[in-house]
Design a protein around this ligand. Sequence first.
Ligand SMILES: Nc1ncnc2c1ncn2[C@@H]1O[C@H](COP(=O)(O)OP(=O)(O)OP(=O)(O)O)[C@@H](O)[C@H]1O
Ligand SMILES: [Mg+2]
Ligand SMILES: [Zn+2]
Length: 492
Amino acid sequence: MRGCERGDEAAIYGAPFHPGAFEKTLARTTSRYVCQNCGAAYPKWSGKCDACGEWNTLVEEQASESVPKGLGKGQGRKIEFVALSGVSKDAPRRMTQIQEFDRVCGGGLVNGSALLVGGDPGIGKSTLLLQVTCCLAQETRCAYISGEEAVDQVRMRAARLGLVNAPVALAAANNVRDIVASLEAADGPQVAVIDSIQTMYIDTLDSAPGTVAQVRACASELIRVAKKRGITLLIVGHVTKDGQIAGPRVLEHMVDTVLYFEGERGHQFRILRAVKNRFGPTDEIGVFEMSEDGLVEVPNPSELFLADRRRDITGTAVFAGLEGTRPVLVEVQALVAPSPLGTPRRAVVGWDSSRLAMVLAVLEARCGVAIGANDVYLSVAGGLKISEPAADLAVAAALVSSLTGEPVPADAVVFGEIGLSGEIRAVSQTDQRLKEATKLGFNRAIMPQPRRSRGGAGAAADGLRRVELDHLSDLMPLFQADAPPRPPRGRD
Ligand SMILES: Nc1ncnc2c1ncn2[C@@H]1O[C@H](COP(=O)(O)OP(=O)(O)OP(=O)(O)O)[C@@H](O)[C@H]1O
Ligand SMILES: [Mg+2]
Ligand SMILES: [Zn+2]
């Protein structure tokens, strides 16, 4: 289905546009067929791409003879090698003063670097980059080049965001030749936004805008100029339905930094995540709220993610997580319900479904908690996606709570990794997690035993009672608070 849509697009845009078709007789060109999904190239057309399995994604491209003749006959110059120990300055950076953005970039924008912002349609990419350029514009020459929207549309957005007076140079353009000329001009910008790379084209190339060949060529040309002139290039890239930057992965290799702008439909939260960064860590997130006046920073996401929490209900646990350098508390919700189906349903939002299967299997095999024949729904509140194994114990607590009908203590945070034998493993940055929990008024932490005893419990976070678990089965007694010990209630 997905393949068909892409294929139709290629049929509409790809085939009839061959401006260079007449000159083909002179230049030595060969035809090849390039998958628009993964970038694999084939000498012949076929319906299905063998590399990625997508259908109808191959589009014809003209490739000129790329291997120059006579290589290695004394034509190259010897490269000057230098010692590794030389002194190099830190890359100079521009701070946008949007702290959530600066942190995700690794501490501001680096001069002469290329940054790609990917995200679903309508998630707020143009809004984010317009706000970023407007913040920089007081001290830096900034240009915003839109290939998708007319100048008026961008102006209207700026008016809505209250940014009309920022001295940003605005243009609607698609031709990379013109854009390069403008970037190379003496009074050219120091920061330039290209919105989006899929709408740009190089006029000497046969392919339509948005094809792998165009996207790759446009990006490499723009990045080359940016590096040469020390310009910071902010590129918008659209994302396909399976969450990759549309067309080629190659784009991600060409740029220095790749940020994804994510959010759940119907939630106002937006999360900016670094997935690649040559100038900083990749596990940072920035949290924004989409409002009438644009994106508003959320300096304390835990408060936001816990805002709608109701105490003393079953099937929820507050996970003390870590996103990059920052601790984030978030609610994990589980629902375990008898299944009418032969194959019970497993639905997960915001976590890894194979990780859920593992936790269920360990609960069953090591603790005798039979959830197997029930439907299981698991969701991370607020639209956050958790990838840390440290969430295992919080997930297990939410599941057991839903199954037994006993709430997890409302004043407790939970974290810890679960091993296959049911052992609870220590996780990193325990102190940071505990500090955040204390800050938000929690009194208890259900957590692993520390790797090495470091001078007794409660040393780091005062006032927080630590409930240290050695094995997953130690979790069960917490759900039988008032009752005499009884085996956990399984399926009848
Ligand atoms: N008048 C408005 N009031 C509040 N929010 C608005 C308003 N107009 C637009 N928005 C928000 O801005 C979002 C669109 O933002 P933006 O155009 O920056 O997204 P985008 O990622 O660039 O989209 P595209 O993929 O179309 O380029 C909308 O989804 C909506 O949430
Ligand atoms: Mg846009
Ligand atoms: Zn492919």
